[in-house]
Design a protein around this ligand. Structure first.
Ligand code: NCD
Length: 315
């Protein structure tokens, strides 16, 4: 087995073979999840704690379901109502949880780097469920699985990532993953929503959708992350939709069989036309959600195998 990680903190640390190992296992978990008995016991006896310091619907539900399908004992910490509100630091919270002997800790946090910090303080496997603008590795992996299944491969594809790239950990993790797997990635968005130093990533940058979408295989739309903006990044939502929102006319420049993706939650009529999002011949947005559960099952399975091996060696 090629997967040597202790934690899943970002795509940065993964080698291409590790990504392939994880996606291959995830394919098997798609089959399991489509069957009648959606259950194995590979995590039986292990405790998984989900700590979400930022709102989440699909990611948290997906991790919870993934853990349950693998037979773990899953606990969701309601962080809004927790001691954090009383001023406890992230590290104190982590140490308290560590004392409860979890085996897998799934963490989402508004600060970039917070999950890495936490991983240094605990004795279990930590999975990053999104930290600030930094990384969201399971999202990039589920996107990769969705693309691989739809296109039959995960290399030499032309992929456009569009919209609010500056604030997006999804864009960052995807950029790293798709680059590692040797795809051509283009970024399309207004200059105000592109991160500084983007040239270093070796990608093509466009501020015009018509030009940028020409002949792409995959169109990945991003949510306009208003909660991370502190002022005038865009003139107005109407203007933004006009220039950068994905509609039929703009999509017609992509390849005829191009797929449309969005990590959710979607702002219909802001970054994407609702009809395109719902078009089952183009949009794979629901597939992304399905692949999310399978990819998280695979990630937790692999990390738990490594955790058990480390413990056996230490004993
Ligand atoms: C993304 C996130 O939280 O980073 N959502 C998700 O995990 N499905 C993207 C977003 O919030 O726009």
């Amino acid at each position: 087995m090629t997967f040597h990680q202790t934690h899943l903190l970002g795509i940065e640390a993964l080698r291409p073979e590790e990504i392939t190992t994880l996606l291959d296992l995830a394919d098997r978990y798609v089959d399991l999840s489509r069957g009648e008995t959606k259950h194995t016991d590979v995590l039986a006896g292990l405790t998984q704690i989900n700590m979400f310091f930022e709102n989440s619907t699909r990611t948290q539900a997906s991790f919870e379901l993934a853990g349950k399908r693998l037979g773990a004992d899953v606990m969701n910490m309601a962080m809004q109502a927790s001691s954090i509100k009383k001023g406890e630091t992230l590290i104190d919270t982590a140490l308290t949880l560590n004392a409860m002997q979890p085996d897998l800790l799934v963490v989402r946090h508004p600060n970039s780097g917070a999950v890495d910090l936490l991983a240094q303080k605990v004795h279990c496997a930590v999975l990053n469920a999104g930290d600030g603008r930094h990384e969201h590795p399971t999202q990039a992996l589920l996107d990769a699985l969705t693309i691989r299944r739809a296109k039959g491969r995960l290399h030499r594809l032309n992929i456009a990532i569009c919209g609010d790239i500056a604030h997006s950990r999804v864009a960052r993790s995807n950029l790293i993953l798709l680059g590692k797997m040797e795809n051509r990635v283009r970024l399309i968005g207004p200059p105000t929503l592109l991160p500084a130093g983007i040239q270093e990533f070796g990608v093509e940058v466009y501020d015009d959708m018509t030009e940028g979408l020409k002949d792409v295989d995959v169109v990945m739309m991003l949510r306009l992350q208003k909660e991370r903006m502190d002022g005038g990044f865009i003139p107005s939502e109407r203007e933004y939709y006009h220039r950068y929102g994905l509609d039929e006319a703009k999509l017609s420049h992509a390849k005829d069989d191009a797929i449309v993706m969005h990590p959710g939650p979607m702002n219909r009529g802001v970054e994407i036309d609702g009809t395109i999002a719902d078009d089952i011949n183009r949009s794979v947005i629901q597939d992304q959600v399905e692949m999310g559960v399978a990819v998280r099952m695979a990630a937790m399975d692999l990390l738990a195998q490594n955790l058990r091996a480390r413990r056996a060696n230490a004993a």
